[in-house]
Design a protein around this ligand. Structure first.
Ligand code: SF4
Length: 210
């Protein structure tokens, strides 16, 4: 099947399977989404939600993160992978956003990727989830695995995978496709032992017998 048609069909089938697909991270503001997304690198969303439940009660504004002693912030996220680096990035992000953007998380890719610890994946999540702006496609470990298995990209590098997906996905679905592939990766197409026989994409998938 021609790649554009195949992606459309994948999106159609996955939307039926996951009609409420969205980020699994809990947040109440754009900065909280940014914080949760930064914390989620190499950590499960369930773990992040457990940590942010307390964190977001303690730190109520960007100013609270900017003025927090770094040791306290490290301590508050101490059960998360790479907590020292993540605490430093969150604090420095808060300082920069206050100083440069009047405490509003910026709305462009160019500005977002200038923030400490923010790469394209996080920027894409902020733009599509918080602002409804489709400027790219967030590629995490699930998107990477499924794009490969489904024959949508042969690349390993997330930036190249994103480029491949952008080339064949309707722009209106750039935000959706990440959430849908992540939901499917969690429920059916896991890294180990994918459940081919339960998969709605079985007939479309070149990897349905791996
Ligand atoms: S058929 Fe198997 S490999 Fe392909 S998307 Fe479904 S679960 Fe993943």
């Amino acid at each position: 099947m021609e790649p554009h048609k195949k992606v459309k069909e994948i999106i159609r089938l996955l939307k039926r399977e996951y009609p409420a697909s969205k980020t699994a991270l809990n947040y109440g503001s754009v900065f909280e989404l940014l914080t949760a997304t930064m914390l989620s690198a190499q950590t499960t969303d369930v773990h992040v939600n457990r940590v942010t439940e307390k964190l977001f009660k303690k730190y109520r504004s960007i100013g609270d993160y900017a003025s927090a002693p770094i040791e306290a912030l490290q301590n508050d996220i101490g059960s998360i992978n790479f907590y020292k680096t993540k605490a430093k990035n969150i604090k420095n992000c808060a300082v920069l956003i206050m100083e440069r953007y009047g405490s509003q998380v910026p709305k462009t890719m160019a500005e977002l990727v200038e923030l400490p610890g923010v790469a394209r994946k996080t920027a894409n999540i902020i733009l599509s989830t918080a602002y409804g702006i489709n400027e790219g496609i967030a590629v995490d470990t699930h998107v990477k695995r499924l794009a490969y298995r489904l024959g949508l990209s042969r690349h390993e590098d997330p930036v190249k995978i994103e480029k491949d997906l952008i080339g064949i996905t309707p722009k209106k679905d750039w935000g959706n496709i990440s959430h849908l592939l992540i939901s499917h990766g969690r429920k059916t197409c896991q890294a180990k032992k994918p459940k081919h026989k339960d998969c709605v994409l079985f007939a479309l998938c070149p990897s349905n017998s791996i």
